[in-house]
Structure formats: C-alpha cells, structure tokens
Design a protein around this ligand. Structure first.
Ligand code: NAD
Length: 258
C-alpha cells in the first residue's frame, strides 16, 4: 500500500534518446534502461551507437539503435515511424543530440556553421517532435524533453550559432508547452552547464578546473549521469504538472556572481 498516488516509474515506456552514442545521450539511455524503459537510441555514428545499444541489451534491457543524421528531415520521419512500429508506440522523446562549432561572426565559414548548428540543434527538434506527436498523443503520460544549454541563458565569445540555437530551443519548449498543454503533453527543457562529455573532451583538465573554480558554485564539471537524472525526473508520470520549464543543471553556474 502507498499513501501517494502518482507514479515514479518509466517501466515499459518507450523512450527515444537522440545523440545516444556519447556523453549525456549515452548516460540518459543507460539510466532510462536501468529504470525499465524500452530505449530507442538514435545517433549519426554507427559504431559507438552499436556499442551503447550492446551495453544495454547485454544487461538484459530492451533497446535498439537507429543510425540517423538529424539534419535530414525526411530520414527523421522514416526513423520515428519505424521506432513507433517496432515498439508499438512512443511515450518519451528526449532531443539531446548536439554539435558545437565555435566561429566569429565575420569568419569565412560562419554561414556554414550557422546552417549546420541550427539544423542539428533546433530544426531537428521540430522534425522529431512533429513525427513523434501522433504517437505521443496515444501515450498515457507523454513527455518531450529538450536538452538546451546554459548558453541559452548567457553567452560565450564565438558561440553565436550555438547560443542562438539553444535559445531557440527554450522558446520552442515554452511555446509547445502552451500549445500541447491541453492534451496533457508536457514539454520541458534542461540546460546543462559544463559536463565531461565528447563535446568538452578537447578542453585540457587544468582549464576545466580553473573555469569551474571561478564560475561554478559546486566548483567542478559534472558527469553526464548527473544531467540524465534531471531528464528522467521530467519524464516521470508523476511530473505531470511541470511544463514549459527551463531547468539549469549547472552546479550553480548561472546563479554565481562572484
Ligand atoms: P557528445 O559530443 O558527447 O554527444 C553528442 C552526440 O550527438 C554524439 O554521439 C554525436 O554523434 C551526436 N550527433 C551529433 N550530430 C548529430 C546528427 N546530425 N545526427 C545524429 N546525432 C548527432 O556531447 P554531449 O555534451 O553529450 O551533448 C549532448 C547535448 O548536451 C547537446 O545538445 C549539447 O549541445 C548539450 N550540452 C552539452 C554541454 C557540455 O558541457 N558537454 C553543456 C550544455 C549543453
């Protein structure tokens, strides 16, 4: 017997995780699988994706991988339809895949970086959401979680395509939360701070340490699983009255003044 009524379980729910081959996507896929979800793992990189899916299936979990370039809208529609067909529905969509291309506004390759960044970090979310929506509408507790960044709340030099795209993700999240709220579909956004993933691999450890000590209240980079737990929380059936939020998971980066 329990005294409360809402469920904190994602057992048997079908969760799509994009960018699942590395970093936060991999940790999120692992966590959702540990919690009993059926995981549809999407990534552009076949080999690491196969490895992550192998880790889940060897642990006895239900998981399958789809190789997909999220800048290809037609391919997104086909893959999402195939996922729904394979698992018999979609409950949770986590738009996580990302790239980071730093470039000055007057750089020769700025427009190429802009187009690629917007395609992967923002337009792809629109395509996955549009393709998943008919299936989410059939789910008992449909959840959309977009992974933005603290770059949506502040900015870093030479990061304007990334910051513009991530800020777009927070706006998309708010707008769709309002639009889909009447259908009990929640749409939320996580803003990770500095996390040890493939994206930050090239930053030397001593630079990470200096940055974290100066800027982060918890004075360290996080591991990707620390973000995955926030994503899982927003995906729970019990989180049914949380929608349209932009949740920093940043160790206090955005609240620290000095
Ligand atoms: P990561 O590089 O470790 O993982 C990103 C994954 O996305 C990779 O597996 C990559 O292959 C995949 N991907 C890239 N382009 C793709 C495409 N076109 N189609 C399909 N898959 C594609 O990086 P991460 O840090 O785990 O990034 C996850 C998300 O977190 C991204 O949206 C990123 O912008 C965001 N983020 C990261 C940090 C950080 O400090 N690492 C901070 C804030 C936000």
């Amino acid at each position: 017997m329990t005294l409360s009524t809402l469920s904190r379980s994602v057992v048997a729910k079908v969760a799509i995780i994009t960018g699942a081959a590395s970093g936060m996507g991999r940790s999120t896929a692992h966590l959702f699988a540990d919690e009993g979800a059926r995981v549809a793992a999407i990534d552009i990189n076949q080999e690491p994706l196969d490895a992550v899916v192998g880790e889940m299936t060897e642990a006895g979990y239900e998981a399958k991988g789809w190789v997909l370039d999220l800048s290809d809208a037609d391919a997104i529609a086909l893959v999402i339809a195939d996922i729904a067909d394979h698992f018999g529905g979609i409950d949770i969509l986590v738009n996580n895949a990302g790239i980071s291309i730093g470039t000055p506004i007057d750089g020769d390759d700025y427009m190429a970086a802009w187009d690629k960044t917007l395609a992967v970090l923002l337009t792809a979310h629109v395509h996955t959401i549009r393709a998943a929506l008919p299936h989410l509408r059939n789910a008992p507790h449909p959840r959309i979680i977009n992974i933005a960044s603290t770059e949506a709340l502040g900015a870093t030099r030479f990061g304007s395509p990334y910051t513009a795209a991530k800020t777009g993700v927070t706006g998309l999240t708010r707008s769709l939360a309002v639009e889909l709220g009447g259908e009990e579909i929640t749409v939320n956004c996580v803003c990770p701070g500095p996390i040890n993933t493939g994206m930050t691999d090239a930053i030397p450890d001593e630079h990470k340490e200096i940055f974290a000590k100066r800027r982060v209240a918890l004075r360290r980079y996080a591991e990707p699983e620390e973000v995955a737990h926030a994503t899982l929380s927003l995906a729970l059936p019990a989180s049914q009255y949380i929608t349209g939020v932009t949740l920093p998971v940043d160790g206090g980066l955005t609240i620290r003044n000095a």
